[in-house]
Design a protein around this ligand. Sequence first.
Ligand code: BEZ
Ligand code: FE
Length: 286
Amino acid sequence: MSDLNETTITEAVLASLRNSKTPRARQIGEALVRHLHAFIREVRPSEAEWEAGIRFLTDTGQKCDDKRQEYILLSDTLGVSTLVDSINHPSQPRVTETTVFGPFYVPPPEFSNGDDIRGNLEGTPLYICGTVRSPSGAPIADAVVDVWHSDEAGFYDVQQLDKTGGLAARGRFRTGPDGSFQLWTVKPSPYPIPTDGPVGDMLRAQGRHPYRPEHVHFMIQAPGYQKLVTHVFASGDQYLGSDAVFGVKSSLIREFVLHRDDTAPDGRTLPGEWFELRYDFGLQPA
Ligand code: BEZ
Ligand code: FE
């Protein structure tokens, strides 16, 4: 193993992995070396470009703390999160499709069905309701439904705690005996992912916008079923075809139905505009 050059270096590094502790560690290590070397052979970076690449990865790590995970944002914006999600959750009949988790989940406060989770956020009322079922259509009672979303200006509570004074537009509900849940909140909006770090620099260099289409996040858990992490997207949104993190699936798009001076499903009559979103979720048996 000496006098290594462009032709011989890859085999030499691969050979050095033969005593890996497990077959899986060897497989992963070999694939990493093969693909990384192929990338370098294709790109043929100058030394200045190589240093810029190292600086980008260093800056990405240094942007991470307990509230900000720039590496996940990088994975999201390069489509890696969606690829990993697709490999682990292939589509199944009558099971709701999954999508990216995103960085804005925190364990939500518990609410009862029918409650309003808006906290002190202003906005147009949104009624969200739905059911949780098995693939055979049987209602799943007592499923834990976590909901979170941005406000009408496109910010999550955790990005503006000085304004919200605490958690808002997020809550935990439990389905009733018929598998149903329902809540009030305020309508979200499309929003840009954080662009004040290396991922923002990357998007600008690539001529990409940072927006995600309007959506509501759901995480649903019930004993005997796989955890479902997904969103429901608003139909008609201008960013459905160009989500910055590649999370949109057509099965997850629904109309946020506009009502005016109308009586809601829970019997309340609201003055002015409000919206209604219904989604029936299917869980995959564990
Ligand atoms: C979100 O929807 O909350 C999100 C997902 C991925 C990256 C940034 C934000
Ligand atoms: Fe989101």
